[in-house]
Design a protein around this ligand. Structure first.
Ligand code: ATP
Ligand code: MG
Length: 369
């Protein structure tokens, strides 16, 4: 693996797109002071995720974007791409060439990272280059300042730098990460133990609650079955009562039909009795007329008797005894007939009256029913 090419566009002094090709072996970049040599190494660190504005020799991240010159206006985007030859698969990806790009926009001070033109996270880039010893803080890139720091540093610090250069640093970093992970896991374990303790404390009251709940469920079931039994009994007794009531209703219906028939018969009887009474009234009226006539006749006969008695005296004086007796007998017979007819009619009148009274009583009884 080696750095094959750097493409810069709008980064620091590289306003136009600039491409710097590297060949295997040593490549030197020479130029006068301030021509932009250090900007190239800044660009490499920037793409590899440098976040320190100071180490990029600026006061703001946007300072890496070309900020104009006398004859050119400032640009809004800085973009740098590092192209690595990866034919030996030193980087753990299945590409012959790996392009890592970083972009920064002046407008919102936001940027983006890409691997082989696909957007990605900074972490993806860090993971990709970590094993190559190319890390942001590695000694693959030694700037002007680093050399004087190296020369002035204590032996221990210098050792650290050698370790870094020898690639031990990545293992140390992993160790540190593992230790941090272990600590986090230990913390988690402690927390789990705390939770277990807390849960154990809850077990006894929960057990009691469970027992109570079981008793409750049992009693509830019993209550339910009792309620069901009571309901069934109630339904049975109600249905018995209903049957009885239905039977009574049937009987009453039959009785009603009978009574209605009786009422009809009674009404018919009543009608016929009324008719009979009317006829009897007519008859009684007729009989009363006949009685009146009979009484008139009796009166006449009595008057005749008086007259006869008066005449008899006269006749006695003028007529002989036989004639007189014969006439007397004749008159007596007439009188007797009249009296017996009179008695007969009086009897019939009384009978009719009685019959009328009986009918009236009977009619009254029917009306009351
Ligand atoms: P020396 O030999 O002194 O180390 P050098 O070649 O390393 O110099 P650099 O420090 O890389 O030079 O470049 C500095 C130049 O880059 C300055 O001229 C500066 O104006 C220019 N520069 C830095 N940042 C920007 C920027 N954002 N826009 C335009 N030019 C910039
Ligand atoms: Mg320089």
């Amino acid at each position: 693996m080696y750095l094959k090419r750097i493409e810069l566009h709008g980064f620091k002094s590289f306003a136009d797109k600039s491409v710097i090709e590297f060949q295997p072996g040593i490549t030197g970049i020479v130029g006068p002071n301030g021509c932009g040599k250090s900007n190239i190494s800044d660009a490499v660190r920037w793409v590899l995720g440098e976040q320190s504005v100071k180490s990029l020799r600026g006061s703001n991240m946007a300072d890496v974007i070309f900020n104009g010159s006398e004859d050119r206006k400032a640009q809004n985007v800085a973009e740098v791409t590092l192209v690595f030859d990866n034919e030996d698969r030193f980087m753990n990806v299945d590409y012959n060439e790996v392009e890592i790009t970083r972009r920064l926009y002046r407008q919102n001070n936001e940027g983006e990272y890409l691997i082989n033109k696909e957007p990605c996270r900074l972490k993806d880039i860090v993971d990709l280059i970590m094993d190559t010893g190319l890390g942001r803080d590695s000694l693959s890139i030694i700037s002007q300042g680093n050399i004087s720091t190296f020369a002035d540093s204590k032996p221990e610090e210098r050792r650290g730098m050698f370790e870094e250069a020898a690639g031990v640093a990545k293992y140390r970093k992993r160790k540190l990460e593992s230790i941090r992970k272990l600590e986090r896991t230990k913390d988690n374990l402690d927390r789990v133990e705390d939770i277990c303790l807390e849960l154990e404390k809850q077990i006894t009251p929960l057990k009691r609650q469970k027992e109570k709940a079981e008793i409750y469920v049992d009693l509830k079931d019993q209550l339910q079955s009792i309620e069901v039994n009571v309901l069934v009994k109630g339904i049975e007794s109600l249905s018995d009562s209903l049957n009885e009531l239905n039977q009574s209703l049937d009987l009453l219906d039959k009785e009603k039909v009978t009574i209605e028939g009786q009422i009809l018969i009674n009404e018919q009887q009543n009608e016929s009795l009324k008719k009979k009474m009317f006829d009897l009234d007519q008859e009684v009226n007729g009989l009363q007329g006949q009685l009146l006539t009979a009484m008139n006749n009796v009166n006449q006969l009595e008057t005749q008797k008086v007259e006869i008695d008066a005449n008899r005296k006269h006749i006695l004086e003028t007529t002989n005894k036989e004639d007189l007796e014969a006439r007397m007998e004749q008159l007596k017979a007439i009188l007797q007939d009249a009296i017996s007819e009179y008695n007969d009619r009086v009897n019939r009148y009384n009978e009719t009256k009685e019959e009328k009274l009986t009918l009236e009583a009977f009619q009254e009884k029917i009306v009351l029913k």
